[in-house]
Design a protein around this ligand. Structure first.
Ligand SMILES: Cc1cc2nc3c(=O)[nH]c(=O)nc-3n(C[C@H](O)[C@H](O)[C@H](O)COP(=O)(O)OP(=O)(O)OC[C@H]3O[C@@H](n4cnc5c(N)ncnc54)[C@H](O)[C@@H]3O)c2cc1C
Length: 416
C-alpha cells in the first residue's frame, strides 16, 4: 500500500469520520483549508469510526422471528393444573432479552412461595433460561423441559439490544398498574445485566448508536422511493404512533442513555442531522454459552420434550412449573392476547473494527461480535404486526443494506 493510499484511508477513517472540526486533523488533504476549532469538549466528540462494508454480497445469514407480543403485557399469572402449580412467564414482545431477569425474579418469587426443592421450567429461550438460573439462585434444583435449545429458539433470531419497552403491551389493554410492574422488571433486569458487563467475549456490552436524519428529528422526513417514512423517535416527549403501544422508557431515564444532538462541527456523517446515544446490547453467542454453562454448573438438567396440551404439565415429577413457551402460548395455551410481530435481520460478515450502530432512513445497523446486523424498519412498531410468516424476504434485507451502502458511498464523494 503506498503512502498516498494510506493518507486517503486515514482521511476516510480519521478525517471525515473522525474528529470533524479539529484544527489539525491528521491526514487532512494537502492544501485543504484548516477546519475551525470545535468548542465541543473532546470527550463529547465522536471517536474515529471505521466504515461499514455494507454490500448485499457480504450477507452471510438471515433470520426471521416472531415477537411474542401480548396485548395485555407479559403473563405472570399462576394457575393450578392437576397437582402442579404453574407460574406463567411469557409474552415479552420485543423486550424479552431486556426484561428477562426482572421477569424471572417475579416468576421465581411466585414459584418459591411453595418452597419447592425442585422446579420444572418449560422452554429454553432467553425467558426460560434466565428463569431457570434465577430459580437455581433461589435454591431450587431445576430441570428445563423444551422442544428446542437456545440456539434454535426464536430468541436468537432477535436484534438483541436494550429495548425494554418495545412492543410490550397496548395501552388500552395493559393492567392499570402495569407501568409500575414494568419499571420494577426493567430496573431489576438492568442490575443483573450489570453483572455480565466486562466479561471476556463481551456477552453484554455498550456501543454508541447514531441516529441520522436529513431533516431535524421530530419533523417530517424527506421520503424517497426505496424507503418508507422514518418511524417517529421513541424517547421522552415523542408521540407514540399507530396502535396504542405502551411506552414506559421515561420511567427509567436515569439509567438509560437518550440521544443527544451532535452539532454540525462534530457530525462525522455526510447527512445534515445526527444524534447519538450509548446503548446496551447482547452478543448472543457469548451470552448464550455463558448462561447455558452457568445453568449446568449449578446442577441444572435439560430434557428434550414437546408438549401438546397444558394437562401434560400436571404429570411432571416437579410440582412447581415455570412456563416460558414464548409465542407458542397462543396455540398451546389458547391465549388470544398473543399477537405475533414478525421481524427480519440480515447479517453482514463481522467487522470487529466497527464498534457502533446507526439508524438512517428506516434502516438500522448494529455491529456485534458475530456480524453486523441490518434491519429494515418500516413504520416502526407496526411493522410485522399480526404477521406469522417466518420465511426470509431477501429483497427486504437487500433494500436495507443499499441504504447503508449509499450512505457510505457519500463519504467517498466528500473525500474526492
Ligand atoms: C426481530 C426481533 C427483534 C427483537 N429484538 C429484541 C431486542 O432488541 N431486545 C429485546 O429485549 N428483545 C427483542 N426481541 C424480543 C425477544 O427476542 C423475545 O421477547 C424473546 O426472545 C422471547 O423469549 P422466550 O424465551 O419467551 O421465547 P422463545 O425464544 O420462543 O422460547 C420459547 C421456548 O419454548 C419452547 N417451546 C415452545 N413450545 C413448546 C412445546 N409445545 N413443548 C416444549 N417446548 C416448547 C421452545 O422450544 C423454546 O425453547 C426481538 C424479537 C424479534 C422477533
Amino acid at each position: 500500500m503506498d503512502r498516498r493510499h494510506l493518507l486517503k484511508n486515514s482521511l476516510a477513517l480519521g478525517g471525515v469520520m473522525g474528529l470533524g472540526g479539529c484544527a489539525a486533523t491528521p491526514g487532512a488533504a494537502p492544501g485543504a483549508a484548516p477546519q475551525p476549532v470545535s468548542t465541543v469538549p473532546l470527550m463529547d466528540r465522536p471517536p474515529v469510526l471505521a466504515p461499514v462494508r455494507a454490500r448485499a454480497d457480504r450477507f452471510f445469514d438471515f433470520k426471521v422471528c416472531l415477537r411474542p407480543f401480548r396485548t395485555k403485557g407479559p403473563n405472570l399469572d399462576v394457575e393450578q393444573i392437576g397437582d402442579a402449580m404453574v407460574v406463567h412467564n411469557y409474552g415479552h414482545g420485543g423486550s424479552g432479552w431486556s426484561l428477562s431477569w426482572g421477569s424471572a425474579d417475579m416468576a421465581v418469587q411466585k414459584a418459591m412461595s411453595r418452597s419447592p426443592k425442585e422446579i420444572a421450567v418449560i422452554g429454553c429461550g432467553i425467558i426460560g433460561l434466565t428463569s431457570a438460573i434465577t430459580a437455581q439462585r433461589a435454591g431450587a434444583q431445576v430441570t428445563i423441559y423444551t422442544r428446542e435449545l437456545l440456539p434454535r429458539t426464536r430468541s436468537v433470531r432477535a436484534n438483541g439490544a436494550w429495548t425494554p419497552d418495545s412492543r410490550i403491551a397496548l395501552t388500552s389493554e395493559a393492567p392499570a398498574n402495569f407501568g409500575q410492574t414494568w419499571e420494577i422488571m426493567a430496573r431489576s433486569s438492568w442490575k443483573t445485566l450489570r453483572q455480565y458487563i466486562g466479561i471476556a467475549g463481551n456477552p453484554v456490552a455498550f456501543s454508541d448508536h447514531y441516529y441520522l436524519t436529513d431533516a431535524p428529528r421530530g419533523t417530517p422526513q424527506p421520503v424517497d422511493a426505496t424507503v418508507m417514512p422514518l418511524p417517529p423517535p421513541t424517547w421522552a416527549g415523542a408521540p407514540t404512533h399507530g396502535e396504542d403501544f405502551a411506552r414506559y422508557n421515561d420511567r427509567i431515564r436515569d439509567i438509560t442513555s437518550f440521544p443527544q444532538q451532535l452539532t454540525p462541527d462534530i457530525n462525522p456523517f455526510p447527512v445534515k442531522y445526527a444524534s447519538r446515544s450509548t446503548n446496551l446490547f447482547f452478543n448472543f453467542t457469548e451470552y448464550g454459552h455463558l448462561l447455558t454453562n452457568q445453568f449446568f454448573a449449578a446442577g441444572g438438567k435439560i430434557v428434550m420434550r414437546n408438549f401438546h396440551s397444558p394437562s401434560e404439565l400436571g404429570h411432571l415429577p416437579q410440582k412447581v412449573v415455570i412456563n416460558c413457551p414464548g409465542m407458542a402460548a397462543r396455540d398451546w395455551w389458547k391465549d388470544k392476547a398473543m399477537v405475533p410481530v414478525r421481524g427480519q435481520t440480515g447479517w453482514l460478515i463481522p467487522q470487529p473494527e466497527v464498534n457502533y450502530g446507526l439508524t438512517y432512513r428506516n434502516v438500522q445497523i448494529l455491529s456485534k461480535s458475530d456480524g453486523i446486523m441490518v434491519i429494515a424498519l418500516e413504520n416502526g412498531e407496526l411493522k410485522g404486526y399480526n404477521n406469522s410468516d417466518e420465511s426470509v424476504n431477501r429483497a427486504e434485507s437487500d433494500r436495507a443494506v443499499k441504504v447503508i451502502e449509499d450512505l457510505f458511498a457519500r463519504f467517498s464523494v466528500k473525500q474526492a
